[in-house]
Design a protein. Structure first.
Length: 283
């Protein structure tokens, strides 16, 4: 069996899995978004965080699934970086959406969604992505994502919409200021990741009607703007991957039930499914 290195990479964190060299090995590094990081920055980070943990293992294949790889230029950049680090390996660089589809559906048909730092969706025919409703990024879209929900948290805080109790909880949790928030959103290096970090406030304060409204409205926006556009949503199971989907899976179940949609699998991270997919030798 060839030695394979698989990456499921989002904007916030990246999970790597080494297969074919004894017991499967899990490695975590920080996330990679080619929209925000240069090739030099990505290579430098991987040289520091990934390569030492591989202990000079000879890699035959690298299968990299990542955010931002719907753009041909970003695919080229990632392949160039990986080829530099693993010059003797075969390199595949594809979207995190295909990773989710392979992990959630295997070789079956289904509608596949990612709700993580960003959001995305597609119809997968069991072999490839046939239809895609893009997330458009944290400025124009990414409905239902961590960045989208985190932005709503900050709006409620900055507009003084939170009641006194929630505002006190927010101040105790984050000890920040309106000025710092604006600086990080408009001048920070990774604003999408910064926005998504506030989703934890929603998870920690479930049950409050304002918190539930933010979660339900944000995920409903995802259904309305994306899943409603697929006729296949009423023909096949709808499956989800991502920390937001997993964390608020009760909301997903309620919304699917109310729209009479069949809910499929929900995975926090698709890596376990990808490990099975690649261990079976499927491509």
């Amino acid at each position: 069996m060839p030695v394979k290195l698989i990456a499921d990479c989002g904007a916030t964190k990246c999970e790597w899995r080494l297969l074919g060299s004894g017991k499967p090995k899990k490695i975590l590094t920080q996330g990679i978004s080619p929209y925000f990081l240069t090739g030099e920055q990505i290579a430098g980070m991987l040289e520091t965080e990934l390569l030492p943990k591989l202990k000079k293992t000879n890699i035959d294949e690298v299968h990299y699934y990542g955010t931002g790889l719907g753009d041909a230029g970003n695919v080229k950049l990632i392949k160039k970086v990986l080829k530099k680090l693993f010059p003797d390996a075969g390199i595949e660089a594809n979207t995190d959406l295909l990773a989710a589809a392979r992990a959630l559906c295997g070789n079956e048909k289904g509608v596949v969604c990612i709700l993580g730092t960003g959001s995305n969706s597609c119809y997968y025919n069991g072999k490839k992505i046939v239809k895609n409703s893009p997330g458009l990024g944290y400025v124009l879209g990414d409905e239902g994502s961590g960045a989208y929900l985190g932005k709503r948290v900050l709006q409620y805080y900055l507009y003084n919409t939170f009641d006194e109790d929630l505002r006190s909880r927010f101040d105790a949790k984050f000890t920040t200021t309106p000025h710092e928030i604006i600086e990080n959103v408009y001048r920070g290096t990774l604003p999408n990741r910064y926005l998504a970090s506030f989703t934890v406030f929603l998870a920690e304060n479930r049950g409050h009607y304002m918190i539930e409204n933010i979660i339900e409205d944000g995920i409903n926006d995802f259904f309305f703007n994306h899943l409603y556009k697929y006729r296949e949503s009423w023909l096949y199971p709808i499956s989800f991957a991502g920390s937001v989907a997993y964390g608020f899976r009760d909301v997903l179940k309620d919304i699917c039930s109310s729209y009479e949609l069949e809910l499929g699998n929900i995975l926090k991270q698709p890596m376990d499914g990808l490990e099975v997919f690649h261990s079976e030798g499927a491509e």
